[in-house]
Design a protein around this ligand. Sequence first.
Ligand code: HEM
Length: 363
Amino acid sequence: MQPPRNAIEAVTHPDPWPFYRSLRQERPLFFDAGLGLWVASSHAAVSAALNHPALRVRPPAEPVPMGLQGTAAGEVFALLVRMTDGEFHAAHKPAVAQAARRWTLADVARAAEDATDDLQPRLEVNDFLGVLPVQAMARLLGVPEELRDDTCRWALQFTQGIAPGAGTQAVALADDAAAALMAQGRALGLQPAQAANRIAFMQQAMDATGGLLGLVALQLAQDQVPEGQGAAADASQEAMRRFVREVERWAAPIQNTRRFAAESLTLLGQPVEAGQAILVVLASANRDEALNPRPEHFDMHRAQSRSMGFGAGPHTCPGAAIAIEIVATSLRSIRAKGQFDHYFGACTGFRPLPNARIPVFSQ
Ligand code: HEM
């Protein structure tokens, strides 16, 4: 098998881990001229990039992507904590994090179980991966039953339309979806920033949690893990959570994120020029010995495991505990019904995405 040619190809490569290891060991932060990006792969480089105040989540010259400017989808984009830095981010992130903490694990488990019961019988497995977390979030957000399917579709259309490289048709659908979802927020009495970040709860849940769900299913199915850890995971909800957390660290559904230099700076002794971008390879940092002992080894029983897979620094994911609970509950429910092997066919590859590693299953 040919190794991946670069850190973007690695996202969908069957075995990117030796490539990531060689990056960490030989050039933990380097400029990849082919990609036109700096690539940070060691724990130290990833951590430094995510905590540097002049490294921003958007190119400073283009806070909203060109194709979205002047659209309702662009207005929502500009209000997302995920897409903003500085004062706006500092003012709104605490409320978003607090909003994510309002649900108990029992609330999340109930929403995930009900969403699984509703969706698994009517969706093929690859659609299920993305819709399940969105519907679970919609239930938590109190979306009424008669609006649930429309709301999930709008969240999907919004996500697809704001993705880099989205076509005119996708942007138009995202625009309508953004208007409909913002109207929902307004009807609940939310301010625009609150309404936009309510949408983000569904949008951010989609690919990342779909990827986590798929990667955990893959790991359970292959049962290649030592000492029957797949069976151990079935013992209890807490055991399944441990298994999900270890898959998150080990396989990293969000393999990378990006940062953009607002000014010239020095990162780990290297000169990064204003306007340059950095590919921050979270998946590689997770396999760094500086983060955990025996990092290449899958072990759901590891003590005090650390992961960069949910990000670090000011933009750390506020949905980590929710995502783990959704995945653990949904998979336990499908396994308890005896439908796991039938539902998750063989893995035939990964969706062609530059950042998320989402398995594709045969049906
Ligand atoms: C219920 C599911 C989820 C919700 C509601 C959620 C929500 C969010 C939100 C609102 C942010 C933006 C935070 C900020 O910029 O300050 C974020 C960031 C992030 N999330 Fe999640 N998330 C979910 C699942 C996941 C999963 C499963 C992963 C991967 C394992 C993940 C990885 C990340 C990462 C890496 C970031 C930071 C991106 C960056 O710094 O560039 N999220 N999430």
